[in-house]
Design a protein around this ligand. Structure first.
Ligand SMILES: *[C@@H]1O[C@H](CO)[C@@H](O)[C@H](O)[C@H]1NC(C)=O
Ligand SMILES: *[C@@H]1O[C@H](CO)[C@@H](O)[C@H](O)[C@H]1NC(C)=O
Ligand SMILES: *[C@@H]1O[C@H](CO)[C@@H](O)[C@H](O)[C@H]1NC(C)=O
Ligand SMILES: *[C@@H]1O[C@H](CO)[C@@H](O)[C@H](O)[C@H]1NC(C)=O
Ligand SMILES: *[C@@H]1O[C@H](CO)[C@@H](O)[C@H](O)[C@H]1NC(C)=O
Ligand SMILES: *[C@@H]1O[C@H](CO)[C@@H](O)[C@H](O)[C@H]1NC(C)=O
Ligand SMILES: *[C@@H]1O[C@H](CO)[C@@H](O)[C@H](O)[C@H]1NC(C)=O
Ligand SMILES: *[C@@H]1O[C@H](CO)[C@@H](O)[C@H](O)[C@H]1NC(C)=O
Ligand SMILES: *[C@@H]1O[C@H](CO)[C@@H](O)[C@H](O)[C@H]1NC(C)=O
Ligand SMILES: *[C@@H]1O[C@H](CO)[C@@H](O)[C@H](O)[C@H]1NC(C)=O
Length: 458
C-alpha cells in the first residue's frame, strides 16, 4: 500500500517536472532568440574563412582562400554566398581562379596588364557549376552553395585562389584585409577581424610529403537570426490520433494578410491570376517570398502528427509544406528538439543525425531529405511537400501523451526558428487536468529557465 502510493507520487512528480522542463524550454528558447545572437542548439556554429599564402610574388602574393561552414544545420543555398573585404593599402587583384569579383572597379592607371579588380572593397562570388576545368580549383564553382557540416562536410567547403598585387611581399610587410562581410546573400553574418594563425600544413595525395603555407590567417563569421532582421519564415502545426483538434500555426506567425498596407502580399491557391502572379514575380529579381494566402502567411509549415501508439514504441508523421511560389528549397533541413530523440529507432524517409550541443544533451536531431528522393522541396502547389515518419522507443519513466509531451519543443527549418503554437493550445488527452500543475510550477519554470540560460552561456 505504502509503496504503491509513493510510486504514484513519484510518477506524478516526473510528469510535473517533465511539464515544467518543457515550458522552460519555451521560455529559454525565446530568451536565446530575443536577447542575443547566440544559437543554443549550435553553440560553436560559425563559418571560418582561411587565407593560406602559398607564394610570394614580386609585388604581392598568391593565396588560397577557403570557407568552411562549421554550422551544423545552417547552409547557404542558391543564389549563394558573396564575400567582401576592404584592402588595408592599395592592393589590387591581378587574377582569380574559382571565383570572381562582381565589379572590376577603376583600373585606368594600369597599362598593358590590367588587374581583375582594382576596387578597395572587392566583392567576390563563386563561379557557376560547369566552369571549364582550367578555371577551377578544388571545392570551387558550386554557385556559392555551401552545405551544412552535419549534412555533408565534403560540400560544406568552398575555395578560390587570388593573386594579389601592390601588397606586402613578406610576412612582415603584408597587411591583412579588413572588414570582412559575408552575405548569404542577405544579411545575418558578422565577421570578426583576420587573425594570423599557425601556417596550414598540406599533405600530398599519397601522404608521403607535407608542405605548408607561407602564412595563414583566419576570419570567423557567425550568424544571428536577429541580425538578419527577418520575420519568421516557418511555423508549426500539431495534431494527434487521440484528439480531433488540429492545432494550426498561430495566426499571423509570419505576417498578416493586409489588403490595405500590402495589397497582393499573398495569392489565393485557386486564384485565376495565380499563374500570372507567379510569372510576373519571377521576372523580378527579388528574393521576397510570394506566399499562398493562409492564416499564418508563412512560406513553410511543419506539421507534427502523433500517429500511432504501440506497446513499446510510438510513431509520428512529419510533413513539411511549402507555401512559397517563388522558392524551391534544395537540401532543406529540419532541426527538432524533443526528449525522445535520445531513443529514435527509425526515420523512414528522412536522413537523421543527432545533435549534441552539450555533453549529455541528446534531445535534438537534424533531419534532411534523402538524395534524389525528397531532398528537393518543390515550390508551393501540388508537389510542394515532403514527409516522413519517425518511430521512437518509449522510455517508460518519461513517456506520456499528457501535457503535450509528445510534441516538439523547438523546430528550425533551414536554421530559422519556427513559430510554435502556444503550449496551452496543444491537443490534450481527454480529461487531462492541468490548471493545478501550471499554477504550481511557475517559480520552478523561472528557475529552470535561468539554469538553462546559465548552462548555455557557460
Ligand atoms: C568555429 O567552429 C569550429 C568548429 O565547430 C570550432 O572549432 C571553432 O572554435 C569555432 N570558432 C569560433 C571562433 O567560434
Ligand atoms: C615570418 O617568417 C619568419 C621566417 O621567415 C618566421 O620566423 C616568423 O615567425 C614569421 N612571422 C609570422 C608572423 O608568420
Ligand atoms: C570598417 O568598417 C567600419 C564600420 O563599418 C568603419 O568605421 C571602418 O572605417 C572600416 N574600416 C576600413 C578599413 O574600411
Ligand atoms: C583556422 O581555420 C582552420 C580552418 O577552419 C582551422 O583548422 C584552424 O584551427 C583555425 N585556426 C585557429 C587558430 O582558429
Ligand atoms: C483583399 O481584397 C480582395 C479584393 O479587393 C478581396 O476579395 C479579399 O477578400 C481581401 N482579402 C482580405 C484578407 O481582406
Ligand atoms: C522549381 O522547380 C520546378 C521543377 O524543377 C520548376 O518548374 C520551377 O520553375 C522552379 N521554381 C522556382 C521558383 O525556381
Ligand atoms: C544520450 O545521452 C545519454 C547520456 O549522456 C547516453 O547514455 C545515451 O547513450 C545517449 N543516446 C544516444 C542515442 O546518443
Ligand atoms: C531507450 O529506451 C530503452 C527502453 O525503454 C531504455 O532502456 C533506455 O534507457 C532508453 N535510452 C535512453 C537514452 O533514454
Ligand atoms: C483536445 O485538445 C484541445 C486542446 O487543444 C482541448 O480543448 C479539447 O478538449 C481536447 N479534446 C478532447 C476530446 O479532450
Ligand atoms: C473522461 O471523461 C468522460 C466523460 O467526460 C468519462 O466518461 C470517462 O470515464 C473519463 N475517462 C477517464 C479516464 O477519466
Amino acid at each position: 500500500m505504502e509503496s504503491l502510493s509513493s510510486q504514484c507520487i513519484s510518477r506524478s512528480i516526473t510528469k510535473l517536472t517533465g511539464f515544467t522542463i518543457f515550458l522552460a524550454f519555451f521560455l529559454s528558447g525565446s530568451l536565446f532568440t530575443s536577447i542575443e545572437a547566440y544559437d543554443a542548439l549550435d553553440p560553436n556554429g560559425n563559418i571560418t574563412i582561411k587565407w593560406d599564402v602559398i607564394n610570394w610574388t614580386p609585388d604581392g602574393y598568391v593565396a588560397v582562400v577557403t570557407m568552411y561552414n562549421f554550422q551544423q544545420y545552417r547552409h547557404i543555398q542558391t543564389p549563394g554566398w558573396t564575400l567582401g573585404w576592404t584592402w588595408a593599402k592599395k592592393e589590387v587583384i591581378w587574377s582569380m581562379v574559382g571565383a570572381q569579383t562582381t565589379e572590376q572597379g577603376d583600373c585606368s592607371k594600369f597599362k598593358g596588364n590590367i588587374p581583375h579588380c582594382c576596387k578597395k572593397d572587392p566583392t567576390v562570388v563563386d563561379l557557376l557549376p560547369g566552369t571549364p576545368y582550367n578555371q577551377q580549383i578544388a571545392n570551387c564553382c558550386r554557385g556559392g552553395v555551401l552545405n551544412s557540416w552535419a549534412q555533408d562536410p565534403a560540400t560544406a567547403v568552398s575555395s578560390f585562389q587570388v593573386s594579389v598585387g601592390q601588397a606586402g611581399t613578406t610576412n612582415k610587410t603584408v597587411k591583412l584585409p579588413r572588414n570582412f562581410t559575408l552575405k548569404a546573400p542577405g544579411p545575418g553574418y558578422t565577421c570578426g577581424p583576420a587573425k594570423i594563425v599557425k601556417p596550414t600544413k598540406f599533405q600530398t595525395a599519397d601522404k608521403r610529403r607535407t608542405t605548408q603555407a607561407l602564412m595563414t590567417w583566419n576570419v570567423t563569421c557567425t550568424y544571428s537570426q536577429f541580425l538578419s532582421q527577418k520575420t519568421p519564415t516557418c511555423c508549426v502545426s500539431l495534431s494527434s490520433f487521440y484528439n480531433d483538434t488540429i492545432v494550426p500555426c498561430p495566426t499571423c506567425s509570419c505576417g498578416c494578410q493586409n489588403n490595405i498596407t500590402q495589397p497582393g502580399s499573398c495569392v489565393e491557391a485557386d486564384s485565376p491570376y495565380l499563374a500570372s502572379a507567379i510569372s510576373a514575380s519571377s521576372s523580378k529579381t527579388s528574393n521576397t517570398p510570394l506566399v499562398q494566402c493562409t492564416n499564418h502567411m508563412c512560406p513553410v509549415r511543419i506539421h507534427w502528427h502523433v500517429k500511432v501508439n504501440y506497446k513499446d514504441y510510438w510513431r509520428v508523421k512529419v510533413t513539411i509544406t511549402n507555401f512559397n511560389y517563388r522558392m524551391n528549397y534544395t537540401q532543406w533541413n529540419l532541426v527538432v528538439q524533443h526528449p525522445n530523440f535520445d531513443n529514435l529507432t527509425q526515420s523512414f524517409s528522412f536522413n537523421y543525425k543527432g545533435l549534441t550541443p552539450y555533453d549529455g544533451l541528446n534531445d535534438t536531431a537534424m533531419l534532411w531529405g534523402v538524395k534524389f528522393y525528397n531532398d528537393f522541396l518543390n515550390q508551393a502547389g501540388p508537389f510542394g511537400n515532403v514527409q516522413s515518419e519517425l518511430l521512437f522507443q518509449k522510455d517508460r519513466s518519461k513517456f506520456t501523451f499528457e501535457k503535450g509531451w509528445a510534441f516538439p519543443r523547438r523546430v528550425y527549418f533551414n536554421g530559422d526558428n519556427c513559430v510554435m503554437p502556444s503550449p496551452d493550445a496543444y491537443p490534450w488527452l481527454p480529461n487531462a487536468s492541468s490548471r493545478l500543475i501550471s499554477s504550481l510550477s511557475y517559480p520552478i519554470i523561472t528557475l529552470l529557465a535561468a539554469l538553462a540560460f546559465l548552462l548555455a552561456s557557460a
